[in-house]
Design a protein around this ligand. Structure first.
Ligand code: C2E
Ligand code: CA
Ligand code: CA
Length: 957
């Protein structure tokens, strides 16, 4: 946004203040940058020669590999997998910690010459303690932000040992108020409640915080180490803005020195992709270094806290949007009821007070296209100029929105004409609807306690000088408004959407009305009544009743055709939208779907909404299979495009089942239920697709039922057996465990794998018996193997998470008291572990209390959050084979696995790679940090006897 503050508080210069030394690192770190194609070194920090005992000239001539000990391949491998800092030896034998980094298009490593252990101690304990705190807050009906931040500050100080930990929250003008502080009692200053001006953190620094969330500064006093480039390149060409160890700008350094600070650590708190605030740590007497582990811990903490803050925001949003929704309902009702007189302007006047109350504003302007609608007493004379300056119709502003509590700070020359009615302003736009809303608040007397005089000084030579004092500096002002809070924009967006929807409808109606004669109006009223009883109020599509009527008519009169088709259309996971974005958003989605269907249908097609998110299209012409397929695919494609709701992108999809039937002897019920069978099939095949019903499908439904019964019979007849696939330690190939995999020795069909019978088994409810059988057999086989000398410490049994809810854990533990430590349960990640119900959670707790380990299966395929991992504390993650298999070729797959491993390490969770089909997979997974390997390359699933035989054979050999 092109507005730069010109007020005393925020000098223009600050916006462009250099935020780091271009081309320098904090001591004692070193760095080397090379070209990825050929390993030619392009630049190094000045301290590298000392570190590796070579001259700068020598280094210049070296390929990157020769800087380290080992073969070229080994080093390549090591460098490829260094996301977290790892120890490695330099060519002169010196052990250092190395972390890989990207510098523009080049490769780089940051070298830490003094490998030390984590300064934060046991990170897992820390994460848990902190998570406990968050849980406790989130469990309350209203989250107490101050308590949350306060708890965070003190627990983080406990973990990290910094002298002072503070949490800032930014206001609309990006001034940061300290809302929590925990400090060493020996310190005599306190910052709690004080505000730091936005000019203390220049804009580029704020932008970097979004990308690079953790920023340590080890030692204010230590010198910076310049980057020296070889091959005549300018050191400034290497942009190290994303390297956390980069040197800090001299202005910021002296700012910190003025505050008496020796070392800092800053963690960005991000809510909805925006910088909400910061967690900042100060250390006063000595430097403080962070290990790679500390940095990842900080990132996890930052995620946890951002999550909690998101929840706080959701709560506020829910509350505010609920108020908006109520107002919206009244607005819509009024727009609907007063058919005669109203136009949008009049309607708005009726709602002036509630709207302004909701906004806490003294005035507002709503624009629809070219129409302006003013609310409130006569607007202050300066408003027009202000809006022209802000250019509210400019697209940028419409997208981003703009708020300030202190308009006089931005436009001092307009203050006279704006105050006291307009001291602060907020504005937001909806470009799709060509509408904007601007609201302003009157001036109030405000008292801000700044941490020191917020005004920056400029030296005689025109240079910016850092602030020198941080003593409480009281500012009483009369030209600011009540602050706009962080979440207010959400409410504004929803309100604007409602207003523009109603506004456009009324404007349109006004135009139509002019065209209608009085007589026509009477007829129309009658039609509308009739219309209402046969249509759905939300989408204005024909309703179920209308559909039934139409089908009945067809059945009687033939409708002129000899066949008809039904497309049963159902939204995929619509419930999630309703649950996460609220019912108004859900309604908007339904309206959108109805619009799409109206647009996509052919002329003679009939569309109805028959249930929550279910629609039916009846076609009479063009019933060729390819024609219907085109129609269905067109609908699916259009519905798959994301739409904007209240400024947020919402994506969903739809599945369609199709049935065609002759009109003679049409039985509407059966006809629609056949379309429904096809719909079920489309969903089962992965959603977002269509499916024609077939005799086979109907048959399959019958057969699935039969299969279920056969499973039951097979189980009684002892036809089920467990196969076992061994698992190995990645480092030394030791057997660490086995996974039990169910097989069915069918008398007619031979061996059947789980994917062919599990579903049917679940349907018929025999799965509980299969679970018990698995645990029992696994324990037994472990004993048999052990008797032969084959020790398999743990066997993992697959449990469908649906079962977790029904499982009688206590009963199971009673009949198998020896399960502890020997059996693990694998839970499929594809169930939503984030929203486990309380019974499942209780069962998990019981299992863990009894010493039964949990492993999350197919991890990476679903979307488990870090938070639920922390909550559940599984013993291990099994990376989905769909991620492992492509990893040798796919950089993305490798990146995902790498971050899974890094999160798991921080949380002290083991990682198994599944689907290790080749030696290459095995090597790669080991290098990426997986500690256990499972797959065809190492052992296939085999019967218990076969495993034993092979083991004995190998022992003999
Ligand atoms: P899963 O838990 O992901 O099990 C691993 C599957 O991957 C097994 O297939 C295994 O044979 C296969 N696999 C192992 N190594 C490799 C490899 O290197 N490459 C490839 N491409 N595949 C490999 P399986 O035995 O057919 O089991 C399929 C699924 O059935 C399992 O997936 C699990 O979700 C379910 N399942 C198996 N046994 C049981 C059981 O006793 N109870 C329940 N509820 N589900 C089971
Ligand atoms: Ca499994
Ligand atoms: Ca798996």
């Amino acid at each position: 946004m092109g507005y730069q503050k010109q007020g005393a508080l925020d000098l223009e210069g600050c916006e462009t203040e250099p935020i780091h030394h271009i081309g320098a690192l904090q001591a004692p770190y070193a760095m080397v940058i090379w070209r990825p194609e050929d390993g030619v070194i392009l630049a190094m920090t000045a301290n590298l020669p000392d570190l590796c005992g070579k001259s700068g000239q020598d280094i210049d001539a070296l390929p990157i590999h020769d800087l380290f000990v080992g073969s070229r391949e080994d080093i390549d491998k090591a460098l490829a997998s260094l996301v977290e800092a790892k120890p490695i030896a330099l060519a002169n034998g010196r052990r250092v910690l190395v972390r890989r980094s990207l510098v523009g298009a080049y490769q780089a490593v940051v070298i830490d010459p003094h490998p030390t252990e984590s300064g934060f101690g046991s990170s897992f304990g820390a994460v848990l303690a902190f998570n406990g705190l968050i849980e406790e807050q989130l469990a309350k009906p209203v989250i107490d932000l101050a308590a949350l931040a306060g708890g965070l500050a003190s627990s983080f100080r406990g973990i990290s040992g910094y002298d002072r930990v503070m949490v800032y929250e930014f206001d609309a003008d990006l001034n940061g108020r300290i809302i929590a502080e925990d400090a060493d009692p020996a310190l005599d200053s306190r910052y709690m409640g004080l505000t730091f001006p936005s000019s203390d953190i220049p804009r580029p620094a704020r932008e970097l915080f979004l990308k690079n969330r953790v920023r340590p500064l080890i030692d204010v006093e230590s010198a910076t180490v310049p980057l020296i480039s070889f091959r005549q390149q300018n050191a400034a060409a290497f942009d190290i803005g994303l390297v956390p160890e980069r040197a800090v700008s001299p202005i910021h350094l002296s700012y910190l020195a003025n505050m008496g600070v020796r070392a800092t650590l800053t963690i960005a708190l991000i809510v909805q992709g925006k910088l909400w605030g910061l967690l900042t740590c100060h250390h006063y007497q000595s430097a403080r270094k962070l290990s790679g582990g500390d940095l990842s811990l900080c990132r996890v903490l930052c995620d946890l806290l951002s999550h909690a803050l998101n929840r706080v925001r959701d709560q506020t949003r829910l509350q505010l949007t609920a108020e908006v929704d109520t107002l919206g309902l009244r607005l819509r009702a009024a727009a609907h009821a007063e058919r005669e007189a109203e136009d949008f302007g009049t309607l708005l006047k009726d709602f002036e007070t509630p709207i302004l109350d909701l906004l806490g504003a003294s005035g507002a302007l709503i624009t629809l296209g070219t129409g302006d609608f003013w609310l409130g007493a006569a607007p202050p004379p300066g408003i027009a100029t202000l809006l022209a300056r802000l250019d509210i119709k400019s697209n940028v502003l419409m997208q981003a929105g703009f708020s300030t509590n202190h308009i006089a700070g931005h436009f001092p020359d307009l203050a006279g004409a704006l105050l006291p009615d307009c001291a602060g302003i907020t504005l937001i736009g909806n470009s799709a609807r060509m509408s904007t809303m601007t609201a302003w608040r009157p001036a109030i007397a405000t008292a801000i306690s700044w941490a020191g005089d917020p005004n920056k000084r400029v030296s005689a030579t025109g240079q910016l000088r850092p602030r020198a004092s941080f003593e409480r500096w009281q500012e009483e002002s009369t030209d600011k408004c009540m602050p706009w809070t962080a979440g207010h924009e959400d409410m504004l967006k929803v309100l604007l959407n409602i207003l523009s929807e109603v506004g456009w409808a009324l404007e349109k109606r006004k135009a139509e009305r002019r065209a209608l004669s009085a007589r026509e109006q009477i007829e129309r009223a009658r039609d509308e009544l009739e219309h209402a009883s046969l249509h759905d109020a939300l989408t204005d599509l024909p309703n179920r009743r209308f559909l039934d009527k139409t089908l009945a008519q067809f059945a009687k009169a033939g409708g002129g055709a000899d066949r008809i088709a039904a497309l049963q259309i159902d939204l995929d996971r619509f419930k999630v939208i309703n649950d996460t974005l609220g019912h108004p958003a859900g309604d908007m989605v339904l309206v959108h779907v109805a619009d799409v269907l109206r647009r996509q249908r052919r002329e003679s097609d009939f569309v109805a909404r028959v249930g929550g998110d279910e629609f039916v299209l009846i076609a009479r012409d063009d019933l060729g299979e390819d024609k219907l397929a085109d129609l269905a695919q067109g609908i699916i494609d259009t519905l798959s495009r994301p739409i904007l709701i209240a400024g947020e992108q919402v994506s969903f999809s739809a599945s369609i089942g199709i049935a065609v039937t002759p009109l003679v002897g049409l039985m509407p019920e059966t006809f629609l239920s056949r379309a429904d069978i096809a719909l079920y099939e489309a969903k089962r095949n992965g959603r977002a697709r269509f499916c024609f019903v077939s005799d086979e499908m109907e048959q399959a439904r019958i057969e699935r039922r039969k299969l279920g019964e056969d499973v039951l019979r097979g189980f009684e007849a002892h036809e089920f057996e467990l196969f076992y696939q061994l698992q190995f330690a990645a480092t030394d190939g030791r057997i660490t465990g086995a996974e039990a995999l169910m097989r069915w020795n069918h008398p007619d069909l031979g061996i059947i794998g789980p994917k062919d019978f599990m579903e049917a088994a679940e349907d018929i409810g025999v799965i509980e018996k299969l679970d018990k059988f698995s645990v029992h057999s696994a324990l037994e086989v472990q004993r048999t193997w052990a008797a032969q000398g084959l020790v398999v410490p743990k066997i993992s049994v697959n449990i469908s998470a649906r079962r977790l809810k029904e499982m009688n854990v206590c009963g199971m533990l009673q009949s198998h008291p020896d399960m502890a430590g020997r059996i693990a349960f694998e839970l499929l990640e594809t169930v939503d572990l984030n929203t486990l119900d309380s019974v499942s959670q209780w069962n998990i707790q019981n299992l863990q209390d009894a010493g039964i380990k949990l492993e999350i299966d197919d991890f990476g395929a679903g979307h488990t959050s870090i938070l639920s991992l922390v909550r559940m504390q599984p013993d291990r993650l099994k990376i989905d084979k769909d991620l492992v298999l492509p990893a040798p070729e796919s950089q993305t797959a490798r990146d995902v696995i790498r971050s899974i491993v890094s999160i798991a390490k921080t949380l002290n969770i083991g990682v198994t790679a599944e689907g290790v089909e080749t030696e290459a997979h095995a090597g790669l997974m080991r290098d990426l940090g997986c500690d256990t390997l499972q797959g065809y390359a190492l052992a296939r699933p085999m019967s218990a006897e076969e495993i034993c035989e092979r083991f004995i054979k190998r022992k003999r050999a």
